[in-house]
Design a protein around this ligand. Structure first.
Ligand code: PRF
Length: 375
C-alpha cells in the first residue's frame, strides 16, 4: 500500500491524497462503510458500488473469526473471495469489539479473553493470533490489537493501558513481519494511538507509533464519551506528531460535523455505524439537517428524500419512505441505509473537492450548522 499526498490546505491541516492497494485506489478523505460480518447491513455490494460509490469497506476480525470462522475464510481465498467485494477492505483487530460486545472478559499481558456473544464459548485474542487471523481474512489494511479504555478512565489506568497497547503493538509488528500474505496481494498494518484524553499520553503514544514507520496510522480511543471539543483537541495533539506523508484514520467517528472537523485537523479516513444504524432507525442525514422519517409531517410530502442524492434518493419520495417505515417494511431500512451511506460518501467527496479548490474552511463553515439541524 502506498499513499500519495496531493493537496494540502493553506488555511487548515486538511489534505487530499490517494491510497493505492492491490485491490484498487482510495481517494482521501474517505468514509468506509462498516461491514461487520462481511456485509454492510441492508446494502448489497451492487448498491455499494453504484449508489454509495464506496471505495473501501470495513470488516471485523472478532465477528469473522467467530463466524464463518477461519477454515471457511481460508478455503474461500479470504474475505474478498468469500463475499465477492473486489475493492479494498480494512479489518479492525477485534479488541474494541470484545470490549463493547462481550460481557465476560479478562485482560492480561498475553491478550484478552472473552466469551463469544454467539454461543458463550471461550476464546483469547493475542497480538500474534490476531495478526494470523487478519492474514487469513486477507484485508488490504489490518489494524493492530489495542485496548480502547473507557472514556472516563483515570490517568493511572490510561497510562497502564497505553503501556499494554504499546507492548501489544510491538508483538503485532513482529508477527506481521514474520508472516506473509496468503492470497498473493499485499497487506499493510496500521498501529493505533491510544492515551484517553490526556495530552501527554497522547503525545507519547503518537511518537511511539510514528517511530514504527507504518504505511498508515490510526487514532483510537476517541468518541467514547468524552466531550466533542476534547476529542478535537486530542486529534490536534496527535496529528501534530503523526507523519504527514502517511494516511491517518480516526476510528469509529462519527457525525457529519465530527468528520468535517476532523478533516480540517488532518484526518484522512473514517468509519462509523451511524449511517447504517441510524438509517435502520428511520433517521436520514442530509445537508439540510437530519430527518426522522417516522414523523407524520412526511406523510404527504412527495418530494425526493434528497434531490441532490443518488438514484435511489431521487426515485424515493419522503411520503413513500415514511409509509415503508410505518409498515415495518425491510425496504425502508435498506433505502435509508443506502441514502445515508451515499450522503457520507458525498460529504467526504465534497470536502475533497473544496480542499482542492482551496476554499475548504469557508465551505465547512457554510454547511456545518445546517448539518446538525433537526428538520
Ligand atoms: N480501537 C479499535 N477499534 C475502534 C476503536 C479503538 O479505539 C474505536 C474508538 N472510537 C472504534 N473502533 N481497535
Amino acid at each position: 500500500m502506498t499513499f500519495e499526498l496531493q493537496h494540502t490546505d493553506n488555511a487548515s491541516d486538511a489534505r487530499t491524497g490517494v491510497i493505492t492497494t492491490d485491490h484498487g485506489q482510495i481517494r482521501t478523505p474517505i468514509f468506509m462503510p462498516v461491514g461487520t460480518v462481511g456485509s454492510v447491513k441492508g446494502v448489497h455490494f451492487e448498491e455499494l458500488r453504484r449508489q454509495v460509490k464506496a471505495q473501501i469497506i470495513l470488516g471485523n476480525t472478532y465477528h469473522l473469526y467467530l463466524r464463518p470462522g477461519l477454515d471457511i475464510l481460508r478455503a474461500a481465498g479470504g474475505l474478498h473471495g468469500f463475499n465477492g467485494w473486489d475493492r479494498p477492505i480494512l479489518t479492525d483487530s477485534g479488541g474494541f469489539q470484545v470490549f463493547s460486545l462481550t460481557g465476560i472478559r479478562k485482560l492480561t499481558e498475553e491478550g484478552c479473553e472473552f466469551r463469544s456473544h454467539i454461543d458463550g464459548s471461550r476464546h483469547i485474542f493475542t497480538p500474534e493470533n490476531v495478526m494470523d487471523t487478519e492474514r487469513v481474512i486477507g484485508a488490504d489494511i489490518m489494524m493492530a490489537l489495542d485496548e480502547c479504555p473507557p472514556g472516563r478512565s483515570d490517568y493511572a489506568y490510561a497510562k497502564k493501558s497505553l503501556g499494554l497497547t504499546q507492548r501489544w503493538l510491538d508483538r503485532c509488528i513482529r508477527r506481521f513481519n514474520e508472516t506473509e500474505p496468503l492470497y498473493g496481494y499485499k497487506q499493510s498494518l496500521f498501529p493505533i494511538v491510544q492515551g484517553c484524553t490526556y495530552k501527554d499520553l497522547r503525545c507519547e503514544a503518537a511518537k511511539f507509533v510514528a517511530d514504527k514507520g507504518a504505511d498508515g496510522n490510526a487514532i483510537g480511543g476517541l468518541a467514547v464519551g468524552e466531550p466533542t471539543e476534547v476529542m478535537y483537541e486530542m486529534i490536534e495533539v496527535v496529528n501534530e506528531i503523526l507523519p504527514k506523508d502517511k494516511p491517518r484514520y480516526l476510528m469509529g467517528v462519527g457525525t457529519p460535523q465530527n468528520i468535517l472537523e476532523a478533516i480540517e485537523r488532518g484526518v484522512d479516513m473514517f468509519d462509523c455505524v451511524m449511517p447504517t444504524r441510524n438509517g435502520r432507525n428511520a433517521m436520514l442525514f442530509t445537508y439540510d439537517g437530519t430527518m426522522n422519517m417516522k414523523n407524520k409531517k412526511w406523510e404527504d410530502d412527495f418530494s425526493p428524500i434528497d434531490p441532490e442524492g443518488c438514484d435511489v434518493d431521487l426515485i424515493t419520495s419522503k411520503a413513500y419512505l415514511h409509509h415503508l417505515f410505518k409498515a415495518g417494511e425491510l425496504l425502508a431500512m435498506q433505502i435509508a441505509s443506502i441514502h445515508n451511506l451515499a450522503f457520507y460518501l458525498r460529504l467526504v467527496t465534497d470536502a475533497r473537492t473544496h480542499i482542492e479548490q482551496g476554499d475548504f474552511v469557508q465551505w465547512k463553515a457554510s454547511v456545518i450548522e445546517q448539518l446538525g439541524r433537526r428538520i
